[in-house]
Ligand binder design. Sequence first.
Ligand SMILES: [Zn+2]
Length: 61
Amino acid sequence: MALEAKCPECARRADLDDDMKEVNCNHCGFHALYDEYIEIMKGRAAVMGDDFQTNSDRRPF
Ligand SMILES: [Zn+2]
C-alpha cells in the first residue's frame, strides 16, 4: 500500500513508496527522493502558507 503525499507541482495526490524514499505523482509525472520532496514542500509552505505539517510548529498560540 502506497502512502499519500501532496504533489508540489500539481497539488494533487502523489504516492510515497513503502520505503518512504521516493515520491511519485501519477498526475503530472513529478518524481523526487523523499528528502528532496520534504525540502520542496518546506519551501512551498513558507511561500504559500500551505497546510503542510511543518506549519504546525508555527502556530501563533
Ligand atoms: Zn503532480
